[in-house]
Design a protein around this ligand. Structure first.
Ligand code: ZN
Length: 381
């Protein structure tokens, strides 16, 4: 059985994290009353209430064409069917491209929507405050976007709130770039859906060697080590070296910066990821790959929507609060600058170690490997 299935609620890429519901936020009693209310909504009313308005349909088409362009031009991916996409506002949920048996029978086929010249099914229904996801969990209608997996074999799905829910939050209401932000977020999550198989394979392999923590997600390293003395300084130094390398136009200077960043990363890992913590190097590689690709895709979407490179970078980094996203983006920027064929090495499962790819590309001498070389405790009193 796949790890993703066994933990059920593993999510990769809850990108608007402070909008994410905490597990159990909606109590069982509240859910029961929501379902009771839903049962009272007459079927005809549910159908007409959740017809897709023209503006909403246009917005969804905008999301899909953003991804179509990013996947073809930035990622150069082969065309693939869309995953199951769950979109919702305060009262309705629309299941785009859902599995044939779902959602429940009271849902009605809505307007037709196409992607890559193929018709997509769209089914709208009233959710009455609890949105049932493909993995059978329920979430409240809040501004959020994430990708996860369901079923056996594991298949990815994507969840995203419609614009009305984002605009209802003061921090988004006045944002003139909300449309671009949502396009970038959607592309980030869509990139994750293309990584899902590789993520599952890597986690399956890891769980044969290590006991995986219950709170495994893309912030696991930051959460476990962020407060340890010296860790944040070490992380920031290496991140800054990578962003300098990304902006460096001279190839030799860039290689030197990459060498410095690789040495800094190796030094940090040798100090902190020792003994029982050795698994964090594996997690770090996995989540830098995931979040780096997601953020690099988002950055390319922002640039394609008319922001200049500098502005698109600031737009995508925002406050850099999530380390795997921020360092991951720097790694992919450098990778794109140094390794012309990176897509064939990185997009296909199983995921590679991006720092190792960069060290190889910089032709560091002697051959540089991110191997475990833990220092003994008394070297760092
Ligand atoms: Zn992500």
């Amino acid at each position: 059985m796949s790890y993703l299935r066994s933990v059920g609620n593993f999510r990769f890429g809850p990108d608007v994290r402070n909008s994410m519901p905490a597990p159990g936020l909606v109590s069982r009693a509240a859910l029961a009353s929501m379902f009771a209310i839903a049962a009272l909504v007459p079927r005809a009313a549910a159908q007409s209430a959740c017809a897709l308005a023209a503006a909403d349909r246009a917005w969804i088409e905008g999301l899909l064409s953003t991804w179509d362009r990013a996947s073809r031009e930035a990622l150069q991916l082969d065309a693939a069917p869309l995953p199951w996409i769950v979109l919702f506002d305060a009262s309705c949920v629309w299941h785009v491209n859902s599995a044939p048996a779902a959602p429940p029978p009271q849902a009605v086929p809505d307007v037709d929507l196409t992607f890559a010249n193929r018709a997509l099914s769209v089914r709208g229904l009233v959710h009455a405050g609890a949105i049932r996801l493909p993995d059978e969990r329920d979430i409240p209608p809040r501004p959020m976007a994430f990708a996860a997996t369901y079923g056996e074999p594991q298949q990815p799905f994507l969840v995203m709130a419609m614009p009305s829910l984002w605009r209802a939050e003061p921090r988004h209401a006045a944002d003139p770039r909300l449309e671009s932000l949502l396009h970038a977020v959607f592309a980030h999550e869509m990139a994750h859906t293309r990584q899902a198989e590789g993520i599952g394979q890597r986690l399956d392999a890891l769980q044969h060697r290590f006991a995986l923590p219950d709170d495994l997600d893309d912030n696991v390293v930051q959460r476990a080590f962020g407060d340890r003395p010296g860790f944040q300084d070490a992380y920031e130094r290496e991140r800054d070296l990578l962003y300098r390398a990304a902006q460096e136009r001279n190839a030799r200077s860039r290689r030197l910066l990459v060498a410095d960043a690789a040495a800094a990363m190796q030094s940090r890992r040798s100090r902190y990821f020792c003994g029982a913590d050795a698994i964090y190097a594996e997690f770090e590689d996995l989540f830098l790959w995931m979040e780096g690709l997601g953020q690099w895709t988002a950055y390319r979407v922002a640039a394609a929507e008319g922001l200049g490179d500098v502005e698109a970078l600031a737009f995508t980094r925002r406050d850099g609060k999530y380390w795997s996203q921020d360092e991951g983006l720097a790694l992919f920027l450098v990778l794109d600058a140094m390794v012309p064929a990176w897509r064939s090495e990185v997009l296909e499962a199983p995921p590679a170690s991006i720092p190792q790819l960069l060290a190889d590309a910089a032709r560091l001498q002697p051959h540089f490997a991110f191997e475990s070389s833990c220092q003994t405790a008394n070297e760092f009193p």
